[in-house]
Design a protein around this ligand. Structure first.
Ligand code: ADP
Ligand code: MG
Length: 336
């Protein structure tokens, strides 16, 4: 028996699409903080309740939106950041797919309060439908509140982890922003306590805030080779974890997951590392935007380098040279 093919109702299509961007509270926080930074915010407040499952708030002092923009912002594929396909390959903002607010609105109760400095408006959305837009007052900036994520997709809601685990994942997302945007002030709290209260500061002090156990580290400043620029911080080899959770990589400012970057970093340490130990590292790789494709994944966590080999080798070389320059380290390199 063959089941006939039918076209899915729009309702279902938009829920499926939303599920690709919004997978858990951490992905909501990521999208909202990206929007705030894209809007030029220098101060952010992030609040979660029940690990973000019942409440998420991201409040910023960015550019805000006019009433017309606010109404457009919650529609699917509406963005102020690109206007044609070519722009994707020269992207400098986090956003460009115009999907986040629409997706979040589809699977929650969403309230946005925003002011562009001239007028202030509040928009309320339930399950993908705008139910109210009203005038209000606030300082320039935007506050997005997300209530009861996946209230209308019980199957999905069931798949969320415990509050403790969801909170951990949100915290990891916030930590990545703390690291990438040291000049931006962040206040992050939940119903119990302030998790981070981080005024505008330097990369080094943000690194120490997040990894206080690392007492000795080297800063990499402006290592340039093959059109690739590397900045960041690497721990001295005697500070390590038993897994790679102390290593984060950003490519053109975007957090990325790429196993080869971890391996290349450790290749740079060579035999300075004891078997089974993994150093800490925060690495920023910058290369011409046309050398990477960020559009292969809706959450943009994976990217494609046009010439991966060069990137990996440059990273390994950069780490090795930085460690060699520090007196007292014996860095022997295997297979090179
Ligand atoms: P994208 O970020 O890909 O453009 P979003 O759905 O995340 O898509 O946002 C849609 C639009 O809403 C953005 O392009 C931006 O113009 C506006 N916007 C969203 N969040 C904010 C904010 N915090 N401050 C100002 N404008 C915002
Ligand atoms: Mg966005």
């Amino acid at each position: 028996m063959v089941t006939p093919i039918k076209k899915l109702p729009d309702e279902v299509v938009s829920k499926i699409a939303a599920g690709e961007v919004v997978v858990n509270p951490a992905s909501v926080v990521k999208e909202l903080v990206e929007n705030s930074i894209d809007a030029g915010a220098t101060q952010l407040e992030i609040v979660i309740k029940n690990g973000g499952k019942t409440y998420i708030k991201v409040s910023d002092n960015g550019n805000g939106m006019s009433k017309d923009d606010l109404l457009l912002a919650v529609e699917r594929y509406t963005t102020s950041k690109i206007s044609d396909l070519e722009d994707i390959y020269n992207i400098t903002s986090y956003g460009f797919r115009g999907e986040a607010l629409a997706s979040i609105g589809e699977v929650s109760r969403l309230v946005i309060t925003t002011s562009d400095g001239e007028s202030s408006h509040k928009l309320e959305m339930i399950g993908g439908k705008v139910v109210k837009v009203s005038e209000t007052f606030r300082e320039r900036g935007t506050t997005v509140e997300v209530f009861d994520l996946f209230y209308n997709i019980p199957a999905r809601r069931k798949f969320l982890s415990s509050e403790r685990v969801e909170k951990r994942m949100v915290t990891e997302v916030v930590e990545r922003f703390l690291i990438t945007k040291p000049s931006v002030a962040f206040l992050f709290k939940d119903e119990e306590s302030v998790i981070y209260n981080a005024p505008s500061s330097s990369l080094e002090s943000r690194f120490s805030l997040i990894f206080p156990e690392v007492k000795d580290f080297q800063t990499i400043e402006n290592f340039v080779q093959n059109d690739i620029e590397i900045n960041g911080i690497i721990s001295s080899p005697q500070f390590f974890r038993k897994n790679r959770t102390g290593q984060v990589f950003f490519v053109n400012g975007r957090f990325v997951l790429d196993n080869m970057l971890h391996l290349s970093l450790e290749r740079g340490y060579g035999e300075a590392l004891i078997e089974g130990t993994h150093p800490y590292a925060v690495i920023f790789i910058n290369l011409p935007p046309k050398e990477i494709d960020v559009n292969i994944h809706p959450q943009k966590l994976q990217i494609k380098f046009s010439d991966p080999r060069i990137v990996y080798d440059t990273l390994a070389r950069c780490v090795r040279e930085r460690l060699r320059s520090v007196q007292g380290y014996q860095i022997f390199i295997r297979n090179e």
